[in-house]
Ligand binder design. Structure first.
Ligand SMILES: C[S@@+](CC[C@H](N)C(=O)[O-])C[C@H]1O[C@@H](n2cnc3c(N)ncnc32)[C@H](O)[C@@H]1O
Length: 241
């Protein structure tokens, strides 16, 4: 029997740190409700329960997105494309294949390619091997190619893809010129008439400016407060010529 696909926990270190911070505040509140430093008494209970609760809440919401919300979010992203099933698709920063495998399932004669640099900080258990295991488990191997490539420097010829998708990848490029390069690469590898659907929790207006500056028609969708945390936005950019 094929193993169950596992799509990983996004930003696992950040989530872990939120839970540790919550536990530290809770422990201080419970075990040191009053402390005296240099003859000054500080009352820490119940005040420290507030930051404890806040850190647990944020960590819990992020975990909920990874365990449940991201599947609904994947469907929202993919629903922005009018699929024929014949498309050539690129998923930029595919990780463990959330969008790549989702798109492949919508294809008949089309093909989907996923690129990534497999950063363990950005997604738990992130590797080409973990992605291949998911592809096998989801039985879409015949429709998928996986490549280890950086979004800023893709090997594909100009106009290779009908559809480019990307979810919570581009903000991981910390320098603005690098993000601009990644957006330019997305435009370059799209066919005229092709569509890019990009989702992230920040810098979305920066990406929109890059795409608009490259002559794309950009539509920005509202933040999704239901099931994504941090709340994610989707933009749809169409390459006109
Ligand atoms: C938070 S994960 C999201 C993975 C997947 N898109 C999803 O929604 O489950 C971000 C992914 O972007 C990848 N990534 C970060 N910087 C990248 C870059 N410069 N080029 C390609 N991929 C990158 C990371 O390795 C990671 O797999």
């Amino acid at each position: 029997m094929a193993a169950k696909p596992r799509y990983g926990i996004d930003a696992p270190t950040v989530i872990r740190n939120f839970f540790i911070a919550g536990a530290v505040f809770l422990a201080i509140a419970l075990f040191f409700p009053r402390i005296t430093i240099a003859h000054v008494e500080f009352v820490l209970f119940p005040g420290f329960l507030w930051p404890a609760g806040w850190f647990f809440l944020i960590g819990g919401l992020m975990l909920t997105y990874s365990l449940a919300g991201k599947f609904r979010h994947r469907d929202r992203i993919l629903a922005k494309v009018s699929w024929t099933g014949k498309e050539s698709v690129l998923d930029v920063g595919t990780g463990r294949g959330l969008l790549l495998i989702g798109a492949a399932k919508l294809l008949t004669t089309g093909h989907a390619t996923g690129i990534d640099i497999w950063s363990a900080e950005d997604l738990s258990g992130n590797s080409a091997e973990a992605l291949r295991a998911n592809i096998e488990a989801e039985r879409v191997a015949d429709k998928i190619t996986v490549k280890s490539e950086d979004a800023r420097q893709m090997s594909f010829p100009d106009g290779s893809f009908d559809v480019v998708v990307s979810n919570v990848c581009l903000h991981n490029i910390y320098e603005q010129p690098g993000r601009a390069k990644a957006c330019a690469e997305i435009v370059r590898v799209l066919k005229p008439g092709g569509v890019a659907v990009i989702s992230d929790y920040k810098l979305m207006w920066e990406y929109a400016r890059e795409f608009t500056g490259s002559g794309m028609a950009v539509e920005m969708c509202p933040l999704d407060w239901t099931g994504t945390f941090p709340p994610l936005r989707i933009l749809v950019a169409r390459k006109l010529t």
